[in-house]
Design a protein. Sequence first.
Length: 154
Amino acid sequence: MQTLEGQCQCGAVRYRVHGEVLTVFACHCRECQRQSASAFGMALWLRAAQLTLLQGAVQRWQRHTPSGRVMDCDFCPQCGTRLFHRSSGNGDVLSIKPGTLDDAPAWRPVAHIWTASAQAGWQPPDGVLCYPGNPPAWEPLLQAWRAYAACGQP
Ligand SMILES: [Zn+2]
Ligand SMILES: [Zn+2]
């Protein structure tokens, strides 16, 4: 179990989250590109996460995915920074945007997904899993994270 703290860009929302980190990955799908307004989005998954808002409140937008799931997307109403995702098809997993963590530079994605729509010029780093679309199973991403974390990282 880990305790992580972070905040939105303007600082109106600060949070603490406690849980088991399952994996960290980058997603190059068009949704993540639009959401991040950048080349790719990142996700840090925690199981059974206990989320505490230390200050401020989030606003929720819901997205319906092509696979029929509903994704809760929480963001700061003041600056618009996306902070948390929960998907109706993903059990008790809370996905947070690791770029909002206080120690953001420490978090390394162990996989890149939807690389088929990666922005021009992007090259996969050495030693990461790559998938052209959604991975057929998530277990390899969880395994890769366990192996990485076992080496004393992050
Ligand atoms: Zn904000
Ligand atoms: Zn995506």
